[in-house]
Design a protein around this ligand. Structure first.
Ligand SMILES: C[S@@+](CC[C@H](N)C(=O)[O-])C[C@H]1O[C@@H](n2cnc3c(N)ncnc32)[C@H](O)[C@@H]1O
Length: 253
């Protein structure tokens, strides 16, 4: 078994990318992001588009949306799904904290709390500056954020299984979890196994989530030239300052 110290931006590679779709229990509702893009206007950019949810659904709807992801393996899956569905898609292999695209956008969004995968405030600040640089003046950004809860003790060690494209059995479990309230991080050690032709393989990787009090995130956004327009729950209702899930709508000043 291999224990890997992957960088956070490289977590979704190799066996993790292979396991992503088979183990997935939740998909973002494309209608939410289609509505945002229609309201904000195109062209639009999804950060952390992964293997194509909701990017491909938006492209199927005819929206002018491109994708960015730090995992070449996830983007390869996205391109294969697009080909199979007969949808054309433009995706870029970049980290959102080091964005450098030739185009500017009217709308930039993340579908779900992928921004929490950035490991610290400095990396988040770099990503927010990149978002600002890639927005046209007056353009909008939509960034969902959450404060993760500690995983209940009885879920540690529980194994979930799924079947890979080639019929191999995939196994997934949470080995351990550490929480640091000062750094505002929760790091889970996740174990992925593959049992198929070629013998069993197993990898353990840390999966880090970093969270923000509302005021801290608003300050980081303001320092990047992004004004907070609203902070809501996923249904668009106003939320308390200490809500566990917040959707930030930002405008390029
Ligand atoms: C939870 S997945 C979400 C994928 C897809 N949007 C979905 O909902 O199925 C998060 C994605 O963000 C990507 N990611 C993580 N850190 C990133 C970074 N720093 N820059 C760009 N993409 C990143 C991962 O490679 C992964 O594909």
């Amino acid at each position: 078994m291999k224990q890997q110290h992957t960088e956070p931006a490289d977590f979704y590679t190799g066996i993790v990318a292979e396991s992503y779709a088979p183990l997935k229990s939740f998909s973002p509702d494309p209608a939410v992001y289609a509505a945002f893009v229609r309201e904000a206007g195109g062209p639009a950019l999804e950060l952390g588009c992964g293997d194509g949810d909701p990017l491909l659904a938006l492209r199927r709807d005819g929206l002018d949306v491109e994708g960015v992801d730090s995992s070449a393996d996830m983007l390869e899956r996205c391109r294969r799904r697009a080909d199979a569905a007969g949808v054309s898609v433009t995706v870029h292999h970049q980290r959102m904290e080091a964005l450098g695209l030739p185009r500017r956008f009217q709308a930039v969004f993340l579908a779900g709390p992928t921004f929490n995968l950035l490991p610290d405030d400095a990396t988040a600040a770099a990503a927010l500056h990149g978002i600002r640089r890639h927005l046209l003046d007056g353009g909008s950004a939509l960034i969902p954020l959450h404060v993760p809860s500690p995983t209940p003790a009885d879920r540690i060690g529980q194994v979930r299984t799924a079947v890979a494209d080639d019929g191999a059995e995939l196994r997934f479990s949470l080995v351990s979890e550490e929480r640091d309230e000062t750094a505002r991080t929760q790091t889970a050690l996740l174990r992925y196994e593959r049992h198929g032709a070629g013998g069993p393989t197993a990898v353990e990787r840390p999966w880090l989530l970093h969270w923000y009090p509302r005021s801290v995130f608003e300050e980081l956004a303001a320092a990047a030239g992004l004004t907070t327009v609203s902070v809501t729950d996923p249904d668009g209702n106003a939320v308390a300052d200490d809500a566990a899930y917040m959707v930030f709508r930002l405008r390029a000043a």
